[in-house]
Design a protein. Structure first.
Length: 615
């Protein structure tokens, strides 16, 4: 039995480290104003039970090794050193995740870790603050002191007391988790990474149900624009994808201030779509959804979405076949989270990113927008007179930490992050103005179809714990601006109330040009008159599925079974959850989303040759 005392102390010390780290997260989030949901008396149990299970699992493995090596002093010493090293590594990792969970409401998951690439260094460095570093240091100090303190406790008497407390936590923890919404904060740092990685790996080798989702009779009003089909035939296409731009922050979609006056002016001579949603609130799989007019699938890595693995008949290929010269210019870097694989072999004659642009001002994730616009105009000048072109421009202005490279006025103040963000949008919009002016100077304005949309939204704690864009499915995360403008084209103006998604943009472009979309596309032209629903999902921390149907919007968590229902015309800020009042509607939407998610996984992953990774 004495051989089991060191494993007990290590496990008890590790549990104490986990609980100390979790307490620091709660305190820091409360000081930041993001601890309201944790005021429930069930919260301590909900927050602690995964930490208990993880420490218990560590102790069981540690104890099993100690028992197996009990006949050899040398082996026991070696095992002891190994488990002390594992204890130290787990403690350091828990301390690091205090800063992560403070901002994101969850320790690192598989998806979040995959998103922490070098191109995001400026965003990551933004959180090297004294308070965060002090918190990490406090956890490391506690990890060093706790084993000595626990060694002084009477081992068996203390073990009985601890066992009783832990038994209560383990027994009531799952119930507590159903009674309080922790937003992912209940996760243990090690368990979150291991379980989400395991889920991702299992998901990559399994398929969803290959059956169609439960049908929904879509509600809502539609403006019939079908008479515009083919009216933009022969025009160039300039497609601008605004980085991290939710509809609610722009004047044409109701914002009080106007951070994008050039986009607003373009909206004034085009048609504005009021209710369009991104398929996924993140750039890379979101870009796949726009290029390929198809949904990505939950619990899949970005490196799956290459033309070799998922051939999709992208819009650039379709237009190249119709005689268009094609190019994509990005002020960021294609190494960002696997973007290179998404854009390669997708029909673009030229692919230009920050490394090709050079730029007068450079950050870890890109270059200044005016430099990119100059490169775009230089490329246009290489084309023969009358040669049609399809141009996609992906700026980075609006990306966290909202200090895009470059000079120029920042008119919206510095008091809040959302003010920095608005000024970032303003600087990016100035470059869009340069692009539009350059096209007018070349006599191309009246020969061009303009498309502008947001790749996803951006959140500033409009809902508790909701920051940046990937964590939730509220309007600030997924409702994006979309406009089409074609100077001189009668009828392409005003507002269109129909609900749609970013997967519908490419089919609408082809419809306006009079070209037939590929049959494998899931998106449909927004010029059509039939109402539809929009679907979206996120899986960066807690997996969520969402749907917009007429005035209704539902957000469902498959893991917990929770659903929220909002009626947006009456509650645009999504503050009043109506799920309890309309259980039948919620059940119908929930079943549809679950079947759709499984079907989409089957469609994306499909039967694959596990040896080669091919279809």
């Amino acid at each position: 039995m004495p051989s089991l005392i060191p494993p007990f102390r290590r496990a008890a010390s590790l549990l104490a480290v986990f609980l100390f780290a979790k307490t620091l997260v709660v305190v820091l989030r409360s000081l930041d104003g993001n601890g309201g949901l944790l005021a429930s008396p069930w919260a301590p149990l909900a927050l602690a039970w995964q930490d208990v299970w993880t420490a218990l699992a560590f102790g069981v493995v540690d104890g099993a090794v100690a028992f197996a090596t009990r006949g050899s002093v040398a082996l026991q010493r070696l095992a002891g050193r190994l488990f002390w090293l594992l204890y130290a590594a787990a403690a350091v990792y828990a301390g690091f995740n205090v800063a992560v969970a403070r901002v994101l409401g969850s320790p690192l998951t598989h998806s979040l870790l995959g998103a922490a690439g070098g191109a995001l260094w400026d965003s990551i460095a933004f959180y090297f603050t004294p308070r965060n570093l002090l918190a990490v240091g406090a956890v490391a100090t506690a990890a060093a002191l706790l084993p000595r303190a626990i060694r002084r406790l009477p081992p068996w008497r203390g073990a009985v007391l601890i066992a009783v407390v832990l038994g209560i936590i383990l027994a009531l923890g799952p119930t507590a988790s159903r009674r309080v919404e922790t937003l992912g904060l209940h996760r243990n740092a090690l368990a979150a990474l291991c379980t989400t990685t395991l889920t991702q790996r299992l998901a990559a080798s399994s398929h969803g149900e290959d059956r169609d989702p439960t049908p929904i009779a879509a509600e809502g009003t539609v403006r019939d624009l079908s008479s515009l089909a083919g009216k933009a035939s022969g025009r160039n296409v300039v497609w601008i994808v605004l980085e991290s731009t939710a509809a609610q922050y722009l004047r044409p979609w109701g914002a009080e201030r106007d951070p994008t006056p050039n986009v607003s002016a373009l909206a004034g001579r085009g048609v504005v779509f009021d209710s369009v949603y991104c398929a996924y609130p993140e750039s890379i799989k979101g870009l796949f959804s726009t290029l390929c007019a198809s949904y990505p699938a939950p619990r899949t890595d970005a490196d799956l979405y290459t033309e070799a693995k998922i051939p999709c008949a992208p819009i650039a290929s379709r237009l190249a076949a119709a005689g268009y010269r094609t190019a994509l210019f990005h002020s960021g870097r294609f190494v960002y989270l696997g973007m290179q694989g998404v854009v390669d072999h997708r029909g673009f004659e030229r692919l230009v990113d920050a490394g090709d642009v050079g730029g007068e001002f450079v950050s870890s994730f890109g270059v200044d927008e005016p430099s990119t616009v100059r490169k775009i105009l230089e490329w246009i000048d290489t084309l023969r007179p009358g040669e049609r072109f399809f141009l996609m421009y992906l700026p980075i202005a609006g990306h966290h930490p909202y200090l895009s490279p470059g000079r120029g006025p920042r008119p919206f103040g510095t008091d809040r992050e959302i003010d920095h963000y608005a000024s970032d949008l303003f600087s990016g919009d100035a470059a869009i103005g340069d692009l539009l002016a350059g096209l007018r100077a070349r006599g191309l304005d009246g020969q061009t179809l303009y498309v502008v949309h947001g790749d996803h939204g951006e959140a500033f704690y409009q809902h508790e714990g909701n920051f940046a864009h990937t964590l939730f499915l509220y309007e600030e995360n997924v409702h994006v601006p979309l406009l089409f403008a074609a100077p001189g084209l009668t009828g392409l103006d005003g507002r269109a109330p129909q609900i749609g998604g970013t997967i519908d943009i490419a089919p609408t472009i082809l419809d306006l040009l009079g070209l037939t979309p590929p049959p494998r596309w899931q998106g449909r032209s927004l010029l059509a008159s039939a109402p539809r629903v929009a679907r979206f999902y996120t899986d960066h921390t807690v997996e969520m599925l969402g749907l917009r149907d007429g005035p209704w919007k539902v957000i469902h968590e498959p893991g917990s079974g929770r659903s929220k229902l909002f009626r947006l015309p009456d509650d645009p800020a999504e503050k009043e959850d109506l799920a309890g009042r309309f259980p039948d509607r919620v059940a119908r939407y929930r079943d549809h989303l679950r079947t759709w998610s499984a079907r989409q996984r089957s469609r994306v992953i499909g039967p694959r040759d596990t040896a080669s990774g091919s279809r």
